[in-house]
Design a protein around this ligand. Structure first.
Ligand code: SAH
Length: 387
């Protein structure tokens, strides 16, 4: 069910003011800011914890600061959150929020509850440049990168909606996946800044082991994920030969399989007994033969890995169908026989178009100088249930 959030009220209204938003600033940036206000450095830490660990949105309530400073902060700055334009809840409990940022651009964020965890799926871009043939986001075209602040705002909005602040022992959101709209490694600096704050023990405090970044294979940035972030790496493989991968994942023409696999083999974290996850979408008659399963195994041989088989999630006018269940199981058996875990991912949130590769918003790229009001388009597509 879609519930439109009719009252776009504060803190959203603060997005429309001239005040500088502090949400998304790093420790260092906050330090610079408080020093500029002639305040002692420890004030930066207080603001940092207030915004990211407690979910505070008003300096008025930051009671550990002197009143005069609270007033000054309130006059000059704000703690902006995206507006929740709509929220949908799937019959399986998955939730999807359509968020609108200060310039009107919109992105989707999904929460997937499971028995032993709750996973939040974040977008890194509005739209996507990659145009993978089976992915709905690819039909939207690229609008813009999200800032670190906007990536973190997605976590904050979800924590608000799920009442998930200050519950360190029993968190609703236990895991983060960068698997929403966009290619995170084409927005690496902003994604890295956001993840750094997500992992900070005095901020969102997610362990690096509970965060997964998925890439279609932007080879030059793959080592950076291991070196600078240490989060879990997932590679959207989907095909084991260049000819097929060139069509399914056009990025393969730029970074072909040999280069991608070389980057995986050299991935810094593998030395620490960690694994790479390879994602493989199951497309009937396209990449699901048992011979292709053998080729997949040959391709990844020697790499500590797990293979996530993803049933294809449909969307309007998609040119593919999902492989039959029996075929997916046989495919998985071949991969497992070679010694790799090969779970078949259970589709979640299909009835609200919240499953892998179904996200899309109506945002379009506007020529420079076109104002906010032009961005407020209605959603231009219909929800379609999984078969
Ligand atoms: N750009 C990144 C992250 C976004 S998508 C990447 O490519 O990894 C997250 C995963 O969903 C990717 O593995 C993607 O290939 C997969 N996916 C895209 N469309 C899908 C669909 N219709 N059905 C199932 N999985 C899909």
């Amino acid at each position: 069910m879609v519930s439109p959030a009719t009252d776009i009220t504060p803190p959203y209204s603060s997005l429309l003011t001239e005040k500088k938003g502090l949400f998304g600033l790093s420790r260092e940036e906050l330090l610079e800011l408080v020093v500029g206000l002639k305040q002692p450095p420890y004030r930066a830490r207080q603001i940092f914890q207030y915004m990211y660990a407690r979910g505070g949105t008003s300096f008025q309530h930051l009671s550990s600061l002197p009143l005069a400073l609270r007033k000054e902060l309130d006059q000059k700055f704000c703690i902006a959150r995206a507006a929740v334009v709509s929220k949908e809840v799937s019959s399986d409990g998955t939730r999807k929020w359509l968020l609108q940022f200060a310039d009107g651009a919109r992105a989707e964020t999904v929460y997937i509850p499971e028995e032993d965890r709750g996973t939040l799926c974040l977008s890194s871009q509005v739209g996507c440049t990659l145009n993978c043939r089976f992915c709905h986001t690819g039909t939207q075209l690229f609008v813009r990168n999200l800032s670190a602040s906007e990536i973190l705002q997605q976590v904050a909005c979800a924590r608000d909606a799920l009442d998930d602040w200050q519950k360190p022992d029993k968190r609703t959101i236990s895991n983060i996946v960068m698997m929403g709209m966009g290619e995170p490694l084409y927005n690496f600096e902003q994604v890295a800044a956001a993840l750094t704050i997500m992992m900070d023990a005095e901020a969102f405090c997610f362990s690096r082991k509970k965060i997964t970044l998925s890439t279609a294979g932007v080879v030059p940035n793959i080592p950076l994920v291991g070196e600078r972030l240490g989060v879990q790496l997932a590679i959207s493989l989907h095909a084991s030969d260049d000819k097929l991968r060139d069509t399914l994942v056009p990025l393969n023409r730029k970074y072909p399989l040999a280069e991608l696999m070389q980057a995986c083999r050299a991935y810094p974290r593998l030395k620490n007994a960690e694994r790479i996850t390879f994602e493989y979408v199951m497309l009937e008659g396209v990449n699901d033969s048992l011979q292709q399963a053998q080729e997949l195994v040959r391709l990844i041989r020697g790499i500590p890995a797990k293979v996530n088989l993803i049933p294809f999630n449909p969307w309007p006018e998609a040119p593919y169908r999902c492989s039959p269940l029996a075929r997916m199981r046989d495919f998985a058996a071949v991969v497992q026989k070679a010694g790799y875990a090969a779970p078949l991912r259970k589709p979640r949130g299909c009835d609200i178009m919240a499953a892998c590769g179904q996200l899309r918003t109506a945002s379009v790229r506007l020529p420079k100088g076109v104002g906010l009001e032009k961005r407020r388009e209605p959603r231009s597509y219909e929800t379609q249930a999984c078969s």
